[in-house]
Design a protein around this ligand. Structure first.
Ligand code: MG
Ligand code: MG
Length: 251
């Protein structure tokens, strides 16, 4: 069931979104050679709690961290750890959620650690660009969910990359994951019609190689099947009278 949000509810979601975006930005600024993913997680948790919110991911399905932090060929759901140290040349995906006033925010970004390869930068940039194309498709009058995935997948394929198919975007609201599912692939004109008041996480997960992924024995971490790099970019997006509003975008 899709929960349509009224303007007042979207205003509340803007608060959750802003805190989410700020926490992600702070962690992104702290990314450097030698820092552990546990330290990044702490920065995120501290900011969210300082704002009177709760980290959405902490305890979600038993997840032990406040953020998912995934390095290089790890796609999503990496568990923060003191033992996971970032090194120059790595790329790191940080995925954050904050819950306040009855609503969640959900946002992710991929950060280079120091100087990274041109291929890695190209992948990061293409992932962000595919997100923007997904948003543009979503805010078109009469658009359907399939239009978002089609826009994302078409561009990603054109760049020679693959979208992850096993994990998808989703509605966001009082629950972190609500209907509808928002795949990063799709058929134009198919799927649920996108209407004003829908709030969805658009989140391309883009692999440099094959789309396949594998789950690690820790029960959480998801890696690319071929060991190649993966990038992730996500905002919580509200569809409003004035087009798409990125609730988790700060600055
Ligand atoms: Mg997320
Ligand atoms: Mg999400």
């Amino acid at each position: 069931m899709i929960f349509i949000k009224n303007p007042e509810q979207i205003k509340k979601m803007q608060i959750a979104g802003r805190i989410t975006g700020e926490a992600l930005a702070l962690a992104g600024e702290a990314v450097r050679d030698g820092i552990s993913t546990a330290e990044l997680d702490k920065i995120i948790r501290n900011h969210i709690e300082k704002c009177g919110a709760k980290p959405s991911f902490l305890g979600y399905g038993g997840f032990p961290g406040s953020a998912c932090i995934s390095i290089n060929d790890e796609v999503i759901h990496g568990i923060p750890s003191k033992k996971r140290i970032l090194h120059e040349g790595d790329i790191v995906k940080i995925d954050v959620g904050a819950f306040i006033g009855g609503y969640h925010g959900d946002s992710a970004n991929t950060f280079p650690v120091g100087k990274v390869s041109d291929e890695a930068l190209r992948l990061i940039e293409a992932t962000r660009k595919s997100f923007e194309l997904g948003v543009a498709a979503a805010e078109k009058e009469g658009a359907r969910i399939g239009d978002i995935g089609f826009a994302i997948d078409s561009y990603v394929s054109e760049m020679g990359y693959s979208v992850v198919r096993k994990y998808v975007g989703h509605g966001v609201g009082a629950e972190l994951h609500e209907d509808p599912s928002v795949p990063n692939y799709g058929t134009p004109g198919r799927g649920t019609r996108i209407t004003k008041g829908m709030v969805i996480a658009i989140e391309p997960m883009v692999n440099a190689g094959v789309y396949g992924v594998k789950e690690m024995p820790d029960g959480w971490t998801v890696k690319t099947a071929d060991g190649k790099l993966s990038a992730h970019y996500e905002h919580t997006v509200a569809i409003t009278e004035n087009g798409a509003l990125l609730l988790t975008k700060v600055n």
